[in-house]
Design a protein around this ligand. Structure first.
Ligand code: SAH
Length: 264
């Protein structure tokens, strides 16, 4: 059973003054990064990903979104997708056969190398390194669970990686999927306006970011640190690095240890 996934983003070429390839680092549509989402709630997408930089990149065809509605793969007149847990207990579990058909369709449409991931609190914790890795691939297939989760056999059968947004339990995988797609898409070439901003931000250097200030120069009796207004770029860089180190040391001793061991 094959269903047509819902596609978001720019599907037709728009007239422009210059060829697309000249304007963006990634040619539109052909080979653009793809987020495939298998979900009971496709209407939750693109959600916040449709806003701001990720939204513009979606419009511009730097990445694409394909949703696979689990309900379309449901069984019988009522399109059932779940059933009670074997062995008893609370809640419902997404059925292996229903998931199989949706996953098979998505993977058939997947081009190139795309990790296959189940969003799950039991998974490896998502981090910046994983976002970087996904951004280097051709896209990602994300399975969003609901209720008590999915039939375990599907995970082993398809060799699905479990990835967690953090040590807490959400009601579904959709918010986690959006967070992870956001973190990955902003690393794609051409998505961030200022290419520098991904180089210096938190985690990129192994440190948390230094504090940021803007106008007014004095606010509620608080002045902006003088060095930042000095125009001395070497001094500013030095100050920022010292601040980043101090903040990382105080807030994240785990990151600090790794940073220090790499420095020496
Ligand atoms: N019974 C499961 C939790 C199910 S929560 C357990 O105890 O492990 C329902 C769905 O929300 C899950 O299938 C998963 O897809 C999603 N989810 C919940 N917490 C998550 C987290 N921290 N990270 C990623 N996905 C999560």
């Amino acid at each position: 059973m094959s269903k047509t996934p819902k596609s978001h983003g720019r599907l037709t070429a728009r007239p422009t003054l210059q060829p697309r390839e000249v304007i963006t680092d990634t040619p539109a549509l052909v080979g653009s990064w793809v987020a495939q989402i298998i979900t009971l709630f496709p209407q939750a997408f693109p959600g916040v990903l449709g806003e701001s930089l990720t939204g513009k990149a979606l419009q511009d065809g730097l990445w694409r979104l394909e949703t696979y509605n689990l309900r379309d793969y449901g069984i019988g007149k009522h399109r059932n997708v779940d059933d009670t847990p074997a062995g008893g207990g609370a809640g419902m579990v997404l059925r292996a056969d229903v998931l199989e058909n949706a996953i098979t369709d998505a993977r058939r449409a997947a081009k190139g190398a795309m990790p296959l991931v189940y969003l799950s609190p039991r998974g490896r914790r998502f981090d910046q390194a994983m976002a970087r890795d996904w951004a280097r691939h051709d896209g990602v297939t994300l399975l969003c669970g609901r209720f008590e989760g999915v039939d375990e056999r599907v995970l082993t059968h398809f060799g699905i990686q479990e990835v967690s947004l953090g040590d807490f339990v959400l009601t579904g995988g959709e918010i986690a999927a959006q967070a992870m797609i956001d973190a990955s898409v902003r690393l794609l070439p051409g998505v961030l306006g200022n290419a520098e901003s991904a180089v210096e931000e938190s985690f990129a250097t192994g440190l948390l970011e230094h504090p940021q200030y803007t106008k007014p120069a004095e606010w509620q009796g608080h002045a902006i640190p003088e060095v930042l207004l000095s125009g001395n770029h070497a001094k500013i860089a030095e100050w920022r690095k010292a601040q980043a180190e101090q903040i990382t040391k105080a807030r994240r001793p785990d990151l600090w240890e790794i940073y220090k061991s790499k420095e020496t």
